[in-house]
Design a protein around this ligand. Structure first.
Ligand code: ARG
Ligand code: ZN
Length: 849
């Protein structure tokens, strides 16, 4: 199989680098079209390697000169880098190259965004800056001199010198090149300080473009909370004198953990009451924490190679979810994470892009920054923690930091600290890293003479390249409820290791109702024959908030499936149970808002497909509309009561309590709008003093077909704010009727504010189309064509973002023949595009197969 594609890279081919880097000195002479990068690097032969072939990565560089130990050399240049004869002993490499930041539309390496210079080097962007062994297992100590007229010149580490037109930075911590960063621009800062628990004084800054100063305070608070939390929870302290965060408008991803100089997509750090929703605030807090936590899980201990990406990402996502659970509501965080996991990761795991948490091959690593690596990677760590317990988890993680600080590690290293700390054998557990696909867990039960038995069967369906799967270790949290609703057996962890396994509970007075997979203790699909009565019972009585929510969700979902497949009417059992739940003021409003959320169109399509049906996107949309309408009628008395009761009287704060109240009030507004055609939403729009309220009202007006006036007013109010205008683009498309979605998208691509150059804007239009499944999959196939047209246009400019957005097509095999044929045509059209990037070629080929 190894010759499938010449550029495929395999984990099994890993070899250590021939040369190691000791010290790196870089000088940047900034110029928009002709930046000079002068490097001086001390190399030494790697005793762990037999090879003495000297190779440096380099892409799109103009080499001006090169020297080895002061002697001019003429290296052999290739498309991928250079080779050169060097001594079999330590030596100094010097090179001068020229690059063009302004012409860099791929936003990888050094580029310009709104007149400022910035970098993105993960995964393999540093090779677009200078010649270097651009692989994470080569770690060096960097000193960087920046020469330029910009007011602010930043790089990693501590500032060592600054003068007219230059600044010098030194980062004492050895790091791989992907953590390098440089920023230069006329920026302003929001400053603060933090004293670490051992007394280090750290200067904190959030750097933004003038005009955005007012949107930094929340991110700064989140940063300080993250720093304190990591000390308290993981014993991890910050290790430099300064921590800089920069907001950049043009950015392919969310944010980047460069050592001491985190760079953020401005949408992931800038926030204000007027311009950001509660959900935006929560997300920003989590991303600030995520990038900060990388300082230990990612930077101090990094990855040996990119196959180990989950080593830093899975762990850091797990850590940021623990942080959010501590700062806000743990059950609400867990439920939201599972909703996202199912929507993104289960979808990936059950389609052509399925891959293990630790992939075994790739063409373009940027295509593997996926929900599987990140979110399933975090779930795997959550399972590990459940299996060994909290105390052993803490002990193992301490050992990890102690043993591996300063190293580039593997999943084997990670699992070994758990084995050493606990004496457990984790060889079977390791399958979670190597087997792709979501395990199905089938459950049956029986009860006899006071003994209750649960019978489990696990099976993981085949995924690309993996036909056979071995049984995995599944931690199953179970509690049992008695017939009166009391909990008769508190949560117990069953550790399933076999393909089929039974567990018994003794001494029960009556047949219990089981609450299985509490807190979603493993990322599996639970299959169990049950009935509405039992679900309503669990929704009313389960003490586990996740399973309580899940019971309501299952009721809603199966009712919808009945409507779609058999034309059933909305399910009264669901409507009554939802009403009882929503009316219960002892329940957290945020929980109730989540429990009133219905499965998404995509989740329903996925469920239909799993159950052997061909999903009809229009029928799914119709069923959801019908149910929403029936529910609005069923809630006719309750919705106005909830709406009034949960208006927040206090001054706006994006905290968990207020956000929960607003979420519930806005869920009520959704029901009210179904009956009043938008009158209440109109009033809310007029009186809103924050974006959460304004946007909810706007969405409801669009939904009700009453949005035309608001579309104009919203634009006029916010036309100077790029991040808010992104929302304006997105909502018009997301709420477009199925038959209008493609047309609306095309029309908005003609709007003067649309630009293909800004990834946020591009996603807010073309990404939004894919977020309207009934519109995207509308029978004529216009949605497919519009998206393909724009991906083809984007690819030569920004292959990374184009490639990622191809995943809109990943579910195509679920659909009927006509749709499959239309999608196949578009995929083939993309693949046939001249000079298509390797990024997009890889994605479309994997999807098409
Ligand atoms: N390490 C970053 C994070 O998770 C993501 C950077 C991904 N960038 C990329 N070009 N693939 O915080
Ligand atoms: Zn990360």
């Amino acid at each position: 199989m190894k010759d499938a594609s010449p550029q495929t890279i395999y984990l099994s081919d890993y070899t250590p680098p021939a040369f190691l880097v000791e010290e790196v000195h870089l000088t940047f002479r900034l110029n928009p079209k002709k930046t000079r990068v002068i490097s001086k690097i001390r190399f030494k032969p790697n005793p762990a390697s037999k090879s003495r072939d000297f190779f440096l990565h380099g892409e799109g560089l103009r080499l001006v000169s090169a020297r080895v130990d002061g002697q001019a050399v003429e290296p052999e240049l290739t498309d991928e880098g250079l080779t050169c004869a060097v001594p079999d002993a330590p030596f100094v490499w010097e090179a001068e190259v020229e690059i063009d930041p302004q012409g860099n539309t791929a936003l990888e390496g050094l580029y310009m965004s709104n007149g400022m210079y910035c970098t993105q080097c993960e995964a393999e962007g540093f090779r677009k800056i200078t010649y270097y062994p651009d692989r994470p297992d080569v770690m060096g100590v960097f000193t960087v001199r920046i020469e330029g007229d910009e007011k602010v010149l930043l790089s990693n580490g501590n500032l060592v010198a600054k003068g007219d037109g230059f600044a010098e930075w030194h980062d004492p911590w050895p790091k791989p090149a992907y953590l390098f960063a440089l920023v230069a621009g006329d920026l302003v800062n929001h400053p603060d300080r933090f004293t670490t628990r051992s007394g280090r004084e750290v200067e904190l800054n959030i750097w933004v473009r003038p005009g955005d100063e007012g949107k930094c305070a929340f991110g700064m608070e989140a940063l300080k909370k993250s720093m304190a939390w990591d000390e308290k929870t993981y014993g991890r302290e910050y290790d430099l004198d300064v921590f800089n965060v920069v907001a950049v408008d043009d950015f392919n991803m969310g944010a980047m953990e460069n050592k001491g100089l985190n760079i953020f997509n401005s949408s992931c750090v800038l926030a204000s009451q007027e311009t950001s929703t509660d959900a935006n605030f929560e997300r920003i807090e989590a991303i600030i924490a995520h990038e900060y936590f990388h300082n230990w899980t990612g930077n101090r201990i990094t990855c040996r190679d990119w196959f180990q990406l989950c080593l830093k990402e899975g762990l850091t996502v797990f850590r940021d979810s623990e942080f959010t659970a501590d700062m806000r509501s743990a059950p609400v965080k867990r439920i939201s994470d599972v909703i996202a996991l199912r929507a993104r990761q289960f979808r990936e795991d059950n389609g052509p892009l399925a891959h293990p948490v630790r992939p075994e091959s790739f063409v373009e690593i940027n295509n593997f920054y996926t929900a599987t690596v990140y979110e399933k990677g975090a779930e795997v760590i959550g399972m590990l923690k459940r299996l060994v317990g909290d105390a052993a988890y803490a002990k193992a993680v301490d050992l990890y930091f102690e043993r591996h600080d300063g190293q580039a590690c593997t999943i084997e290293d990670w699992l070994k600290v758990f084995e050493d700390a606990t004496g457990r054998d984790l060889s079977q557990f390791k399958r979670w890293y190597s087997q792709a696909g979501t395990p199905r867990l089938r459950v049956t039960d029986d009860f006899k003479d006071g003994t209750y038995t649960l019978h489990f069967e696990q099976e993981t369906p085949p995924t690309p390249g993996q036909d056979e799967k071995a049984p995995q270790v599944i931690p199953i949290a179970v509690g049992l409820l008695g017939p009166n609703g009391d909990e008769v057996v508190e949560t117990r962890f069953l550790e399933m290791t076999e393909a089929k396994q039974s567990f018994t509970f003794e001494g029960l007075g009556a047949r219990p109702v089981p609450s299985i997979l509490r807190d979603f203790s493993a990322p599996v699909i639970l299959e169990r024959e049950t009935d509405n009565a039992e679900r309503a019972f669990l929704l009313a009585h389960d003490t586990d908030p996740f399973n309580k929510w899940e019971a309501g969700r299952d009721l809603a979902r199966d009712g919808l499936i009945e409507m779609i497949v058999n034309g059933a009417a909305p399910d009264d059992a669901y409507l009554d149970a939802a009403l009882t739940m929503a009316r219960d003021d002892t329940l957290d409003p945020a929980f109730r808002a989540l429990a009133l959320g219905l499965p998404s169109q995509d989740e329903l399509a996925q469920t239909l497909h799993e159950r052997g049906h061909t999903p009809d996107p229009q029928a799914i949309w119709d069923a959801l509309e019908t149910l929403r309408h029936a529910r609005a009628e069923h809630f006719q008395d309750l919705a106005p009561r909830l709406y009034a009761q949960y208006q927040v009287a206090k001054p706006y704060a994006p905290d968990a309590e207020q956000s929960g109240a607003r979420a519930l009030a806005n869920a009520a507004l959704g029901m009210i709008t179904r009956l009043d055609g938008g009158a209440q939403a109109g009033r809310q729009y007029d009186s809103a003093d924050n974006m959460t309220q304004q946007l909810a009202a706007f969405s409801n007006l669009l939904q009700a077909g009453q949005g035309q006036d608001a579309v104009t007013r919203f634009y006029d109010q916010w036309k100077e704010d790029r991040l808010v205008i992104d929302k304006w683009f997105m909502l018009q498309i997301v709420h477009a009727a199925p038959e209008d979605a493609a047309k609306t998208t095309e029309a908005l691509t003609q709007h003067p504010d649309f630009t293909i150059r800004n990834p946020n804007r591009f996603r807010s239009v073309l990404g939004a189309l894919a977020m309207n499944p009934a519109g995207f999959h509308h029978a004529g196939g216009e949605g497919y064509r519009v998206l393909a047209d724009w991906l083809i246009a984007l690819d030569p400019l920004n292959p990374q973002t184009a490639a990622r957005m191809c995943s809109a097509f990943e579910t195509w095999k679920r659909y009927d023949r006509e749709r499959q044929a239309m999608i196949a045509d578009q995929l083939d059209r993309i693949l046939a595009t001249k000079d298509l990037s390797p990024d997009t070629t890889e994605m479309v080929s994997r999807i098409r197969n």
